[in-house]
Design a protein around this ligand. Structure first.
Ligand code: ADP
Length: 635
């Protein structure tokens, strides 16, 4: 029988070289690649068997691992479709897929500094050269009588010869490199090593993976094969089973398996994407916000990506937007290449389609929970609401759907949250904006002077105190059900329905207080942009207002904290014309426009307004001195 020698294609040589000298620490993935190939071969045979039943073997379709610790060999064997001689040349001597070339280039470009690229995304068959000195492939195509033996030491050439194989299928035999912990090379002929790798990477492969270890019995020279008949893998790809057939217990077990979270998940659901891009997903919401929710770099258990039941990566961030980063689960894509790299995922149209589908489904299931079990939803909202609200920042388009899910404290009933949609349902017909206020805490907001006129008119105001609220509401407030958001702490407030008499009175007040206001303005000039009469105050004498178009003080502080340069912004001081203090000041002013008390009171009114808004005084000592002086006089 003649043996022919062939040269590898130039790209394959490069790839082999990369594999042989790979610095990549996780060499275990070679087994995942070979098992995945075997599983594909079984899939294809099963498919052909649908029309050619005679091709199907009598034996169960399976993958066998054969390890010989003594001889340091490992074989992976399947009774799948097999390869003809030409197919061996075509498949294992050339690189057909463009993805591999791209991978090669990026791996080369990244150089040794980024060996993590290798192996993480699968380089297919060639990955076995990370662990083997010599590889032979014995394959017989289903439906054919002869077999072919393909063999190489990875040095640039391979040989082909005719051979025998009892039944169709493929056997890949590797002569293993010596184990070397420093180099990340485990002893791949040991049972526990193989068992571990299979459980980690191939647990959900749909065919049984069985292991046979050659053992030397004491006092007996004959090597005995010890077969473990139980498959190493659970084959429990529970996302491929109809949800109705999976028990709650199984769902929970699987959740714990992938997340290492031992609490029950809050919710799980399955979804299938059909059409051009096929995928199945099984998603979970945790019942409690994890510690690392706000430290993205640390979190690493999100959505697992599988391709045709083969594990690809643990946290596939491209499948879920940031604001849904708490969603856990599995996505199993049908048409994605195993070789896909993280860089490629970002642009992959299939990944985009799956992501859009998943986002839609997650938001829908949240809405369903909100409608059916509000208490449960509020539990979710307490932990994850601030993250969900990140989806309202300008870059995402699904704002209306997220606003559908929004809850906030409101002035209507301080003991409970209200949904935004319930707020809008309650709006009086002539109210054309959603009134809200942002601030450092719910307590500060609830006691804020800005709310007085609204309370007086029976208008409900939503109170937002998460840092993220400053950003989405203040920077680019969305509309919801055709209603604008209107901050009660910003700009001029016109609560409407002033009749002519009231309007006239307003003008008269304006005129009467004109000179006093001018005098008070001079006293606090350095700290405020303007002093004016207020239409939002009822009980309090003063409050601070953010000018239209200015940053809110909280947002300003956040930006400064983040190291950004923010231009100095001054607030507007509003005074209550109906308050006794103002009336008294007017009297003093009329008597003597230079009375020292006027400027002192201006500063006190300003300090009060700062404190009521939860802000900090620039000179607290001076403020308390003035206040004490005043108290003394009053006693
Ligand atoms: P991929 O599996 O991603 O296509 P590989 O380099 O791993 O890339 O394999 C190249 C090709 O070799 C496969 O597409 C398949 O046609 C063939 N092949 C590999 N392993 C087997 C196997 N065990 N049985 C049959 N064909 C195989």
């Amino acid at each position: 029988m003649s043996s022919e020698t062939h040269e590898f294609q130039a790209e394959v040589k490069k790839l082999l070289d990369l594999m042989i000298h790979s610095l990549y620490s996780n060499k275990d993935v070679f087994l995942r690649e070979l098992i995945s190939n075997a599983s594909d071969a079984l899939d294809r045979l099963r498919f052909e068997g649908l029309t050619h039943a005679d091709l199907l073997p009598e034996e169960e379709l399976q993958v066998r691992l054969l390890a010989d610790p003594e001889a340091r060999t490992l074989s992976i064997e399947d009774n799948g479709i097999g390869m003809t001689r030409d197919e061996l040349v075509e498949n294992l001597g050339t690189i057909a897929r463009s993805g591999t070339l791209e991978f090669l280039q990026s791996a080369e470009g990244a150089g040794d500094s980024s060996p993590e690229l290798i192996g993480q995304f699968g380089v297919g068959f060639y990955a076995c050269f990370m662990v083997a000195e010599e590889v032979s492939v014995l394959s017989r195509r289903a439906g054919e009588a002869g077999a072919t033996l393909w063999k190489t030491d990875g040095s640039g050439e391979y040989t082909l010869e005719e051979a025998q194989r009892e039944t169709p299928g493929t056997t890949i035999e590797m002569r293993l490199k010596p184990a070397d912990a420093e180099d990340g090379l485990a002893d791949y002929a040991q049972e526990w090593t193989l068992r571990q790798i299979v459980t980690r990477y191939s647990d959900f492969v749909a065919y049984p993976i069985r292991l046979t270890v050659m053992e030397k019995k004491e006092g007996d020279d004959l090597a005995q094969a010890e077969t473990r008949e139980d498959p190493l893998n659970s084959m429990k790809a529970i996302w491929t089973r109809p949800a109705a057939e999976v028990s709650e217990e199984e769902f929970k077990e699987f959740y714990t398996h992938i997340t290492h979270d031992h609490e029950d998940p809050l919710l799980h659901f399955s979804t299938t994407l059909e059409g051009n891009f096929e995928a199945r997903a099984l998603l979970y919401l945790p019942s409690r916000a994890p510690m690392d929710l706000y430290h993205r770099e640390m979190s690493h258990r999100g959505i697992q990506l599988y391709v045709r039941r083969v594990f690809i990566m643990d946290e596939c961030r491209d499948l879920m937007p940031e604001y849904l980063r708490f969603v856990k689960g599995v996505v199993d894509a049908e048409d994605l290449s195993l070789n896909v790299s993280r860089e490629m995922l970002q642009q992959d149209r299939q990944i985009q389609a799956i992501r859009n589908h998943l986002v839609k489904k997650v938001l829908e299931s949240l809405k369903k929970m909100m409608d059916e079990d509000e208490e449960k939803y509020l539990g979710f909202w307490a932990g994850f609401g601030p993250v969900l609200k990140e989806g309202l920042l300008p870059f995402d388009a699904k704002k209306e759907r997220i606003l559908d899910l929004l809850y906030a404290p409101s002035t209507r009933d301080e003991s409970q949250l209200t949904s935004l949609s319930a707020y809008v349902d309650r709006m009086p017909e002539d109210q054309d904006a959603i009134y809200y206020m942002t601030g450092p805490s719910r307590e500060v907001l609830a006691g804020s002077p800005h709310l007085e006129a609204f309370a007086d008119k029976g208008l409900e105001v939503l109170l937002f105190s998460d840092p993220v609220d400053e950003v989405w509401l203040e920077q680019m407030p969305p509309e919801y059900r055709d209603k604008k958001f209107q901050s009660v702490g910003r700009g001029e407030i016109d609560l409407g329905s002033k009749d002519e008499k009231e309007a006239e009175e307003g003008d008269r007040e304006e005129e009467a207080y004109k000179d006093l206001i001018e005098c008070l303005r001079n006293a606090v000039q350095g700290d405020v942009k303007e002093v004016r009469l207020s239409s939002r105050l009822k009980q309090s004498p003063s409050c601070l207002v953010v000018d239209e178009g200015d940053l809110s003080p909280q947002l300003e502080a956040m930006l400064r904290q983040a190291g950004q340069e923010v231009p100095e912004r001054k607030p507007i001081l509003e005074l209550n014309p109906d308050h006794p203090i103002l009336k008294r000041l007017q009297a003093i002013f009329e008597e003597d426009g230079t009375d020292a008390r006027l400027s002192e009171y201006a500063e006190l009114l300003l300090g009060q307004a700062v404190l009521a808004g939860g802000g900090q005084l620039t000179d607290p000592a001076a403020f308390t001195r003035k206040l004490s002086g005043l108290m003394e006089k009053a006693l």
